[in-house]
Design a protein around this ligand. Structure first.
Ligand code: MN
Ligand code: MN
Length: 471
């Protein structure tokens, strides 16, 4: 036996790839990653787009960001932000180069699947009061019963006042819940397909059972519950028509695994990417190219609406930046690149049959760089070019970033487009990039701390890179 490598071993090392986990190549990274994720857990307590925007503004101010003012002459390293309707935000660091040379953009979304309230949500049945909901985004409806829920949102009262609601999260606050059928009477239910086991109209949140003490009124429980909302917030039933309320899982973000290597929390699609790019934006000092870090809304329902990524808000802002420096927006866009930061699927051995082993992505192998997604014959995909892939991978190699590439799952198992298409339509070279997640879209999703930390380092590497775009 000799320690000398054989010809075949040496050749294999040279020309074959040998994927390894971060745990193998960077074993000691877990402690740094855990420290990084303490801030992430705080970020995760913000469970709607409005809450995230409200949370980051004071942090931005503390870190020297000011609200963007059109016509201002910004100097390299200056930091500014622009909010869109309290739900999305663009955060920027001015580069040394003029915007005409292009920007380094990253976008993540801050909305997550949840249960929105219907316009007339409150009703009484069998002496119990409920809120009726309409689910937002793609969920397995059965997962949302018998778990504690928290109610979040904003109500615009008839008198012009705006009320912020946040109930059901604190230890001393009441829990709210959707009930499920007892197993003893579930013979028919158990024969249904999973999409019908709980139907949309059964997603009613139980909110009260004790009547208002007055023989002469009808719907006594509804009145009693409505009175609690009226006394606490001044909300009348009619005010629900001008409200944006939703129910989200009331779980707190927690470390997961006996080794605490993972995070279990609601909304990690896409808060894991949002937090990573947010921290990278904050830590970018005086970049060669200006940065634009975007928190988008409405991704889970197709990026429509004025706060979705299809809104002209983004392009109008870039046009303002172009005009401030006396150049054309189309030149800024052509020279820019974008990381469309959204989570990907981590391989789950319990459901191994939906993944194709050679092209799947795994927990703890770093963020996923995805050339294309889409469904069937690559319909509705951005499909980054070889030049764009090589450009980003070159930056990653130079900065010692670990990443992985792959596809979402087996061909024709499902799939879908991403926000990347909404960016590339502006003629910006874009590629998908994101943290692998287990149980995506479930009330509790699982990520790896090391992946999230590496995601942050990767976005920071792109922001810090002075490598010119040569394609
Ligand atoms: Mn997502
Ligand atoms: Mn999603």
């Amino acid at each position: 036996m000799t320690d000398e490598k054989t010809k075949g071993q040496l050749l294999a090392e040279d020309i074959l790839t040998d994927p390894k986990t971060l745990g193998e190549t960077h074993n000691s990274i877990l402690s740094e990653a855990s420290e990084f994720c303490e801030g992430y857990k705080g970020f995760l307590n913000n469970k709607t787009e409005r809450e995230v925007v409200e949370y980051v503004i004071p942090i931005l101010k503390e870190r020297g960001y000011t609200e963007y003012v059109r016509g201002t002459k910004y100097s390299p390293g200056d930091k500014f932000y622009k909010v869109n309707r309290n739900k999305t935000i663009l955060m920027c660091t001015k580069g040394k180069r003029p915007v005409a040379d292009g920007l380094r953009v990253s976008v993540a979304h801050i909305d997550s699947p949840r249960l929105d309230f219907k316009p007339h949500p409150i009703f009484e049945d069998a002496d119990m009061a409920y809120f009726k909901t309409h689910y937002y985004g793609g969920i397995k409806k059965y997962q949302w019963t018998t778990i504690p829920l928290s109610i979040r949102g904003v109500v615009k009262l008839a008198n012009g006042e705006s009320v912020t609601v946040r109930i059901g999260e604190g230890e001393d606050e009441p829990a709210l819940m959707i009930t499920d059928l007892l197993i003893h009477l579930a013979q028919n239910q158990m024969r249904k397909t999973a999409s019908e086991v709980i139907e949309g109209e059964q997603l009613n949140i139980l909110i009260g059972s004790w009547p208002f003490d007055d023989e002469k009124v009808k719907s006594k429980v509804k009145l009693a519950v409505m009175n609690i909302l009226f006394e606490k917030y001044g909300i009348r039933e009619g005010d629900f028509e001008s409200a944006e309320l939703c129910a989200v899982p009331a779980f707190k973000p927690r470390d997961m695994g006996l080794d605490r290597s993972m995070i279990a929390a609601y909304g990690q699609d896409d808060s894991s990417c949002a937090y990573a790019e947010f921290m990278a934006e904050l830590d970018t000092v005086e970049p060669e190219y200006g940065t634009v870090t975007i928190f988008a809304d409405k991704e889970e329902t197709g990026s429509d609406g004025v706060t979705g990524m299809r809104s002209f808000f983004f392009r109008d802002f870039i046009e303002d930046l172009a005009q401030d420096e006396g150049c054309e927006v189309r030149h800024v866009l052509r020279n820019s690149i974008c990381l469309s930061c959204d989570v990907g699927a981590a391989f789950d051995p319990a459901f191994g049959e939906v993944f194709e082993r050679n092209n799947t992505t795994y927990l703890n192998r770093g963020p996923i760089l995805t050339k294309y997604d889409g469904s069937r014959g690559k319909y509705s995909t951005n499909d980054a070019s070889a030049e764009m892939m090589a450009y980003i991978m070159g930056i990653f190699r130079d900065a010692d970033i670990v990443w992985q590439t792959g596809e979402l799952g087996k061909i024709d198992q499902g799939g879908g487009g991403t926000i990347a298409s909404e960016i590339s339509v502006h003629n910006i070279d874009t590629v998908d990039f994101g943290v692998p997640v287990l149980s995506m879209h479930a009330p509790i999703e699982v990520t790896s701390k090391a992946d999230i930390y590496m995601m942050y380092k990767a976005v920071l590497a792109v922001y810090n890179s002075s490598k010119p775009k040569d394609f």
